[in-house]
Every structure is written in structure tokens, then in C-alpha cells.
Design a protein around this ligand. Sequence first.
Ligand code: UD1
Ligand code: CA
Length: 467
Amino acid sequence: MRASGKKGKGGQSFGILILAAGKGTRMRSDLPKVLHPICGRPMIHYILRIANALKPAGIGVVVGHKGDEVRKCIQSSAKAWGISRPITFIKQQEPTGSGAAVLGALPFLKKFQTALVTCGDAPLITFDTLFAMLNHHRVQKGQVTILTARVRDPKGYGRILRSPVGEVLRIVEEAHASAKEAAINEVNSGTYIFEVSLLMSAVKKLTPQGAKKEFYLTDCLEHVRHEGGRAGGFLSPKSEEGYGINTRVQLAQAQRILNRRMLERLMISGVTVEDPATTYVDADVEIGQDSVILPGTILRGKTKIGKDCVIGPYAMLEDAAVGNGCTVAISSVRDSKILEKSAVGPFANIRPGTSAGPRAKIGNFSEVKASRIGYGSKVSHLSYVGDSEIAEDVNIGAGTITCNYDGKNKHKTVIGAKAFIGSNTNLVAPVRVGRGAVVGAGSTITEDVPDGNLAIARSRQVNKARR
Ligand code: UD1
Ligand code: CA
């Protein structure tokens, strides 16, 4: 289907409206519902990304409850999310229902001939389904097409009432459903395609319903039908696509499904995921071919892993860049670079601002912060390296500590290439150890060590005969 196109009345133009003004009461949260993160991205990002990919002439977002927060989040992230289409924000003053939200958005909608209306709390809908639904809508020449889903437990959803020939007659909200209607397991996903002229007249006829006196968008169908229009259902291929997130239980379910999709995408691209049930990846994680992800691994943010790596078990990487052929076992790596053929862990803590490798080793119980560990250098055991510049082929002995903090300020430690730092050394920063220098085990180094020198800074051993 030609999605975008000529603007204005009577043209082929099509716009998308995303409803996101609801209070999200059932989340019991200070954070607006659509900003709750799923796989590292706010819930609303998923539908926005798909909306953008459908190439509409415009995207409108109805915001209300904490609307400024929602708007600011979208505006500041749109570029990072790859959203290029213009977004119009429409303020809904009071959360008086999905119908009221659309009524307020009519000035935006009337620019288009056809409108896809969807919800900010539906992160599991896929591009393929909406694309197929748009085609279906066009082919059927239906005036309203509703995305439906067949679910095992229809609780909480509007039920789809069909005529014997399959036309959608009505959508009955749960609160108003008879026992027989409540037993229907085809539900409304909250996504619709309308011919705008019909939507405009139908939405103006809505009347408040239920104890909360809400205007239900779903009631539009009856008005459309009264005016001779038709409503058709488009059944989503997978029931999960119809899920709306109203509670944190549903949030966790959506997270599990999206996580599974991300992992499947990675597996299909050539990554081995040994145990998808205990592996978690955020939306934009990238992993190269023939890398193996072992159980208990969490990959967050913009983490990018190269080819032929083994990550895990029990590794947590956030905004990490890992080169080809690296291993990271039972360790945490945040906002750092691990370059080619380096090994991290087990039990290493790599804190922000670190760059290690190529061919570096950071071993068990070592913590590295805001430091550069050069080519082939090793921090194999029980060390703390902070605010340091370590050149290539340096060996940091077990138990070495860079004393970078004097209680007020942080200072730098610089170690030249091929230096050897004996075990249990304290390097009191600011301090510099020269190229090829050797520091005796157990030293406390407070002064610079020139290139090639041996520094021993500990009291000499005294052996005394015992009586
Ligand atoms: C709605 C549908 C229901 C469907 C379900 C799918 C109605 C009346 N019911 O129920 O048939 O099965 O979605 O998930 O639409 N919103 C506003 N302004 C408001 C109220 C809501 O913008 O004043 C937005 C919400 O932010 C949300 C969407 O509309 O994105 C749906 O509202 P919600 O309260 O979640 O409706 P449901 O009870 O889930
Ligand atoms: Ca909902």
C-alpha cells in the first residue's frame, strides 16, 4: 500500500494517532505508563518506531496525564530512536476516555483521508501486522478496520461481537458485557483504521458511559454502522500482538515477549544463545556472528559485541563495546571498551570510562575505573586500577592498588610499556612508573620511577634468632 502520499482532503494521505493520555492508574506509579521501560526503551518507543516505519504523512500523539514529561521524552529521544516523521502533540486536558482523546485530535486527523489510531500501551504490535492490516483495509474498502486478537484470557479487554457473516457489530467493554459476551475470546487490541470523514461524525456522537462517565472510542462503531458504514476485524496472527499493558504484571509479560523476539533476531543472525530463558537483551544490542552468549547474561543499553566472543555466564554489560574474540565471564562491564581478544573475569568489575586491550586480561576480583589498559597488559588478580594510563605489555601483580583518591581529589597513575608491578604494591597517585621499570612486591610507591629502574619501597627484612 502506498502509505504516505498526497496531503489534504480527498487525497491518499494517511496519518497515525497514538493515544497516550490515560492516567495509567493500574500501574500504580509516578512515572507515566507509556514511559515505563521495556527492554531498555520506554514503552511508547515501540509503537512510535513502527508508526514511523509505516511512513505516514504525520504522527500525532495525544498526551495528558504528565503529558509534558511524555512529550519531552519523545522529543529528546526521537532522533536516537530513528524517528524521522514529524510528530504533533495534542494535549487532552482531562482523561475522559479514548473517545474524548480522539475527539480532541480531530483538528490533526482531518488533514488525512485515512487514520490509523493506536495506543501507546501496545508495545507488542509488529510492523508486519499493521502493514498487512492497512492493505486489508484498502482491499476491503471497509470504513473501519479493527485489529483484533484471539486470547486465552480475555479479561480486561473489549470483546468483539460479530455478525454471522463476520462483520463486527459492536465492541463491548468488559464492565458492560453480559456473561455470554464476556465469554467471547476475540478482543479489541485498541488499534483501528478509520476513514477520517466517518470517524469525525461518529466520534462527535459519543456519549459518556459507565461509572467514570468515559467516552469510549469503541462506541464509534455503532455510529459508523448507523450511518451505513461497515466495520471489519483484522485478526492479528499472534495473540500477543493485541496485548495492552495496564499493570506491572503485563509489563513483565511484554518484557519477556520482546526479549524473546530480540534473542530470536540475534540467533537468526548467527549468535548462539545457550539459554534464552535466562538471557536478557535490550532493544538495540548488537552481537556479531559466532559469538556465544552463556546463561545468566544481561546486555543493556547500546552494548555492541563483536564476532567470536564468549559472553557469560552471569555477565552484565551496559553500554559496552566489545571487540572480536573477547571473553567476559561472571563480570560487570559498564560504559567501557573491551578491545579485540581481551579476557575479562571471572568476577571483574569494569566501571565507566575504561578501555582495555587488544589482548588485555582483567582477571578475578579486579576493579578497573576510568583507565586505559594497553595491548597485552594484564591485571590478573585482586587489583584496583583507577584513573590510570597503563601502556602495553604491563604486568600488574596480584593485589596492586592505585591509590587515586586523597580524600578530596582523584589523581592519575601512569605506567610505561613493559613495566612490571610486583604483587601487593600501592601506587600513590599522582605517580608515574617508567617504561620497563620494575617495582618490588609489597612496595608503596610515592615517587616517580624512571624508565628501566627497579624500585623497592618497603622495609628490609630482618631475621633474628629466637631464643
Ligand atoms: C481499551 C479499549 C478496549 C481494548 C483495550 C486494548 C476503550 C474504551 N477500550 O481499554 O476495548 O480491548 O484498550 O488494550 O478504548 N487514553 C487517552 N485518554 C483517555 C483515556 C485513555 O489517551 O482519556 C489512552 C490511554 O493512554 C491508552 C488508550 O487510550 O493508550 C486506551 O486506554 P486504556 O485506559 O488503557 O483502555 P483499556 O481499558 O485498556
Ligand atoms: Ca490499555
